[in-house]
Design a protein around this ligand. Sequence first.
Ligand code: C2E
Ligand code: CA
Ligand code: CA
Length: 803
Amino acid sequence: MIRRLRTRIIVFVVALLAVVQVVAYAVVSSANSINAREKIDAELAVGERVFARLLEQNRERLTQTARVMAADYALREAIASDDQDTIASVLTNHGRRIRADMTLLVSLDHRVIADAGDRRGRAFEFPQLIERAADEGGASSIEIVNGRAYQLAVVPVLAPSPMAWIAVGYVIDDKVVSELQQLTSLQVSFLDRHERDAQWRVLASTLGTSATALAAELPALPSAALVHSIGSDDDEQQLRVITFEEHGDRAVVAVLQRSVATAVAAFNQLQRTLAALGVISTLLSIGGAVAIALSITRPITQLTKAAARIQDGDYSKPVQLSRSDEIGALAHSLNHMREGIAEREKEILRLAYRDTLTSLPNRALFHDRLEHAIENANRTGRTLSVLIMDLDRFKYVNDSLGHGVGDHVLREVALRLSGLLRQADTIARLGGDEFAILLENVDERYVTKVALKIQHALEQPIRYEDQPLDVGSSIGIAHFPEHGENSSKLLRNADIAMYVAKRNKSGHAVYDASYDTHQQQHLSLLSEIRQALEGKQLRVYYQPKIGLGSSMIEGVEALLRWEHPRRGFVPPGDFIPFAEHTGYIKTLTRWVLEQAIQQCEQWRAQGLSLRVSVNISARDLLNRELPDLIEKLLDRYGTPAWLLCLEITESGFMEDPAHSQRVLERLHDLGVQLSIDDYGTGYSSLSYIARLPVQELKIDRSFIKQMNDATTATIVRSTIDLGHSLGLKVVAEGVEDEVDLRTLRLFGCDQAQGYFMSRPIPAKELEEWLRHSPWGTTPKRVMSPEETSSKITVLRTGSLRKI
Ligand code: C2E
Ligand code: CA
Ligand code: CA
C-alpha cells in the first residue's frame, strides 16, 4: 500500500513535469519553426529589394553609359561615315569603363553593326527590345544570349532621328549571384524556361550542382511565382520567385531561397538547451519526488508498523516520531490510543482473569497458567503439582453469619495462602470456597509440606469483629505427570483427592488411582441404583430401639439394604453418599419413608405400636417439598405423625442451616419426631442444637464403642446429662455387649440400639424376634410425646435406683 502511495507520488510529479516540458518543448519548437519561417520570409523580402535595387543600379549605369555613348559626336560621325574602327574603339572604351560584358551598335534594321566582342553582322537577338526603346526612348531587360543571361539596356543614337541603337549589357553569371548571396545571405539562382522543352534551365546559381534539383521541382509559370517552398523536412527550402521576362515561349526568373533547416538551426541550440534543461529538471524532479514521497511514506510506514504492532497486541513500543506536522500529530494520537488500548486491555484482562473479591487469578487464568506450566514441564522434563482446596465449614459461616462475613473469610484465606507461597506459585480462587494452587518444579515432599502448612494456617481461627471463626480446609493433590498428562485430568484428579480428604477428614490427600476406580464404581452405581429400585433389590431392615427404663422395645430404625444380583450385599455406606451426591437420594428417601410408614401401619394393625425412625440426609433437608411429602404419606396410611421419627445428621443441617431450620420447623409442626443422629462426630454445639425443634439425640456409636476409656465414658455421661437438661431423649447406638448396656443405663441413657439386642433385620424376622427376645414384649402402644416427657424422669430415677 505504502509502496504504491510512494510510486504514485513519484509517478505523478514526474509525469506532470514531463508533460509540461514536452508541451513547452513543442510550443517552443513550433514557435521556432514559425519564427524561422517568418524570418526567412523577411530575409527573402529584403533580398528581393536588394536584388531589385542592384538590377536597377545596373540598369541605370547601363542606360547612362549607352546614352553617353549615343551622345558621342565622334560615334555619330563614325556611324555616318561607317568608320568601323572608330565605332569599335568608342564601344570598347565606353564598355570597358563600366566593365560591360556586352556593347553593341545595332543598325536600324536590327543588325549588329559593331560588337565589342567582335561578333558583328548578325541579327540583333532582341528586336522587341529595340521596338520598346523606339517607343520609350530607351529600354532595358534581361535576356538570354548564347545560354547566358544578360541585363541589357538599349538607347537610340539620335541625329536627331534615330540612326542606330546602342545596347550595353552585363552578364548575369555565378559571380553576380554569389555577390548577391554575400549581400543577402540567400541562395540565388537564375533560370530560364523554353516553351519548347518546357524545362527550366539554370543560368547561374549559388547552389552549385543542387541547382538542377531546383530546376526540376519548379513548376511552370505563373504557378512558379506562387511557390513558397520546395523540398521537405531537412532540405525544405523557402523561396521567392521573381519573374523578369515572360513573353511568348520563354521566361526568365530569379529564385531567392533559403533552407528552413539552416534558419531553424539557429533556434536549435536554444531547443537543445531547453531539452537539456528538461532532462536535468526531470532528473531533479524524480529525485525530489522520491525524497518527498519518502518523507511522507517513511513516517506512514512507521505508523503502519506501529498500528500493526498494536493490532498484534504489542503495546510496549511507542511510535517514535517527533514531528510538528500532521503526521506528528497522528503519531501522537496513535501513541495516546496505544496507551488507552493497553490500559483497557489490562483492565479487561484483570476482569477476565482475576477474581474480584480476592484479586487472585480466577479459574480461567489458572487454567491458562496450568496449560503453560504443563507445556514447560513437557519440554524441560520437570514436575508440577496441583492442589485443590475447599473450606470445610464455609457454607455454614456464609449462611448463618451473612455474605459479608463470608467475603471477609475468603479474603483472609486468600491472604494467608499468599503469605505461605512463593512468588512464582499461582494461587487462584476457582469459585465459592474453592481455591487452587499450582506449584512448579517441586518434589512431592515439598508439596505435602505446603499442604500441611496451609492446613495449619487455616486451623487458626479467622477473626471477624473479634469473633473467632473456625474454618478448616481439605486439600486434594495431583502431581504431573503421574496423575494426569493434561490440565483437565490433573484438576479432576486433584478434585477427587480433595473429596477423599474431606470424607476421611484427613486434611489433605494425594490422588490415588484407587479413588478413581471408586469413582468408576460410583458411576456405574448410578444406573444400577435406579435398576435396584425398579428391580426390587432394595429392602428396608429394621433394628429395634430398646427403652433402657422399660427394657422393652420402643421403636425401630429403618435401614436400607441393597442385595445386588452380582455384587451381593452392598452396604449403605457405599451407595448412600453417592446417591446424595447425585441427588438420587430424594427418590430413595421417599421410597424408604413409604416402606417404613406402610410397615408401621401394618404393625399397628397387628396391635404393635412401634415408632419407626427413618434416616434423612442433608440433601433431603434442602428439599422444600419434604414436609408436604411426609404429610401426604402419613395421610395416605392414616398413621399418626408422632409414630414417625426422622434422624438427621449434624452435617445435614450445617449445609444450609437457615433453610434446614425452616424445613425442620415445618416437620415439627406436623408432629413428626426429630432426632440428631451421629451426635459427637460433628462440630455443632449442644447450644446450637437446643435451638432446633428436636426431641432426640443419638450418641454416635464411636463413643459407645470406646466407653471402657474413662474420658470417653465421661463424655458420654455428660452428653446424656446435657441432652436431658435440654429436654431431649438420649439414645445410644452401637451397643454390642451387656457391659455397654449396663453402663448406659447407669448413665441414665433413655434408649439403646445395637447388635447386642439385634442386628437390623427384615420386618418378618423382627416380628419373630419380638416373640422370643427378652426385649420383645412390646407395649400395647408407644406413648405419645406428652406422656413420654412426664414418664422420662420417673424412668430415669427408677433406673438409677436399679443400678
Ligand atoms: P446410622 O443412621 O448411624 O445407622 C446405624 C448404623 O449402625 C447402621 O449401619 C447399623 O447397622 C449400625 N449398627 C447398629 N447397631 C450396631 C452395633 O452394635 N455395632 C455396629 N458396629 N454397628 C451397629 P448401616 O445399616 O450399615 O447404615 C449405615 C448408615 O447408612 C446409617 O448410619 C445411615 O447413616 C445410612 N443409612 C442407612 N439407611 C439409610 C436410609 O434409608 N436413608 C439414609 N439417608 N441413610 C441411610
Ligand atoms: Ca440413623
Ligand atoms: Ca447413627
